[in-house]
Ligand binder design. Structure first.
Ligand SMILES: [Zn+2]
Length: 191
């Protein structure tokens, strides 16, 4: 049977901390005397926690609480602030402006291009798709087929420099073929 840290360690079996119920002692970390415990979370997952952590965190869980909280905060922030300051909100506004706003300096390159119905009136749909499809700070949205619209099946996020060299080629009308469209291939596999 696994030794419960030092002999002074209190037996926590059966006790409940936050969402966790302590099941049995777990092996201590190498070079540590902190007792650790195998716990079962209310969500059903098992996890191992230090005694110290169990006692000081009132909302302790396997990690599901933090995940839920993160989603809740995002939803709340969206309700409250509409995520207006988020870079993706700017990207969404700019995308629509390019397509539909004749006074936009880039509009001449986008005449006839559309933003799909899914994204056009629903920033959260665009936001969610972007988060799931490789958006990072400094990335720009790219239409894979330059003649296609802004839609999930024709868009990808590219690093700014890569995107600029691609659009420069497209806008000067150069027909230099791309050797193999590996990004599109990868994307298809991922879906
Ligand atoms: Zn859990």
């Amino acid at each position: 049977m696994t030794r419960v840290g030092s002999s002074r360690t209190k037996d926590l079996r059966g006790q409940k901390f936050g969402k966790l119920t302590v099941l049995e002692p777990a092996e201590a970390r190498p070079n540590s005397t902190n007792a650790r415990w195998l716990c079962q979370c209310e969500c059903g997952s098992l996890c191992v926690k230090d005694s110290g952590k169990l006692k000081i965190s009132p909302n302790i869980s396997c990690g599901c609480y933090a995940r839920e909280q993160g989603i809740r905060n995002l939803v709340q922030a969206t309700r409250k602030h509409g995520l207006c300051g988020h870079p993706l909100h700017k990207a969404w506004t700019r995308m629509k402006s390019r397509c539909y706003c004749p006074s936009d300096h880039a509009h001449r390159f986008y005449i006839g291009r559309q933003v799909c119905a899914e994204w056009k009136d629903d920033f959260m749909a665009f936001f969610t798709w972007s988060m799931q499809h490789g958006w990072e700070h400094g990335f720009e949205i790219d239409r894979v087929e330059n003649t296609g619209d802004y839609s999930p099946d024709n868009c990808q996020w590219l690093p700014k420099s890569e995107h600029h060299s691609k659009t420069a080629t497209e806008q000067t009308g150069s027909k230099r073929p791309r050797p193999a469209n590996t990004r599109v291939a990868n994307r298809t596999v991922l879906q």
